[in-house]
Ligand binder design. Sequence first.
Ligand SMILES: Cc1ncc(COP(=O)(O)O)c(C=O)c1O
Length: 443
Amino acid sequence: MPRDLSKSNAHFQRAVKKLPLGVASNFRYWGEDRTIYVKHGRGARVTDLDDNVYVDYRLGYGPAILGYADPRVDAAAIEGMKVGGVFALSTERELTVAERISKMVPAAELVRFSNSGTEAVMAGLRLARAYTGKDDYVILEGSYHGLFDAAMWFTPMDQWSQVGDPEIKPYSEGVPVSTRSFAHFVQANDANQLEEVFKRNANRLACMLIEPIMGNCLGIAAEPEYLKVARELCDKYGVVLLIDEVKTGFRVARGGVQELYGVHADLCTFAKAVGNGYPISVLAGRERIMRKLGRGVAHGGTYTAHAVSMAAAEKTLEILDETDALKTIAEYGTRLRAGMRAVLNARGIAHSFVGHPSMSGLYFAAEPPRNYRDWKSSDYSFYDAMARVLHDEKILCEPDSREPWFICEAHDESCLKDTLAAFEIAVDTTLQSGSVSVDKVSA
Ligand SMILES: Cc1ncc(COP(=O)(O)O)c(C=O)c1O
């Protein structure tokens, strides 16, 4: 049955009168006739107001690692609800969750909680600045670390002419220009450039902020040697290595990207998968740095370590640590890649998969990108056109090619079958539309 969005569209017309763009986050607005309003999510599927049932690979940008409404986590959350709310006091469970995080991530010697990834990274940068007594930071082109001023300088690659360096712009109006000078942009996987930046700014750098698998940029992965050099440079120049694991944490491995690469951060941040969707984030790291919290560095918030989120996190992390959930997720991701690859190869469409099978970027060029600039020369317009057809076929991926496909434990055989059938239709429809060109593997 063709997708009917009449109820969602009618709701949009009402919502837009009260909510800017009719939604609660700019990213959720997909146009007045394509914005989706959710009725509920179960497992790996989401049902909208029109009763369209989608296989979901967005998972709320990653959090639902076990699937929506996971009964094990929800039962724990209900127990958390019985605790009674927030008290501006601590509960015992914070320690249990912190101990689990330290067990899974060795660099997480001490732990503080907050509610969103943005809050955790913002606190991490502040702590790094306080610890080093410096203000500047190194940041990678294409990275996303949340919506706070320091993280809102970026290189709008879609506007880049592919000559010289891309412009650095604020991601939003309202970001003070005075915050610009603190950020030093580098390209992923260029160790020489990184060394230059460290050398030139040694007395100003507080922090290197890095997402070794870029969860908002196709899953572009740091090469192991690059991350090793980054670690060494941070040690040499007394710079805090802040590994942002908001998307990779408790997803790409039990110990996150740090376990995959065998690299330890000074500070690291987590959110998303920690609570299977209940709002919680984590700033963790080396004791010598973390002890500055409360000894000169402010950190807190009315809702930090909410009893419901803590209970959900306790159960989610227990499952991720003690069961094969992550193996199941990676295996599904690998099979999904293989199925998509077969469809694309059969049509001679050059492509590659980027990142980790649990959060795959689909890239339309034969060689995977090493940095964000490479994305510009890929055929991302094919992806963008194809994504719209996938939505019509009830497969939810982000409309923008830079967002990876997230897998959860609840993605099963039926999801795979539905996805690959829809993928084939979407690829063919996009090819037939003739409005986009794709690189062919061979003539
Ligand atoms: C790597 C990374 N850091 C930080 C954030 C910000 O997290 P939040 O949206 O929870 O504020 C995100 C969000 O997607 C992220 O992917």
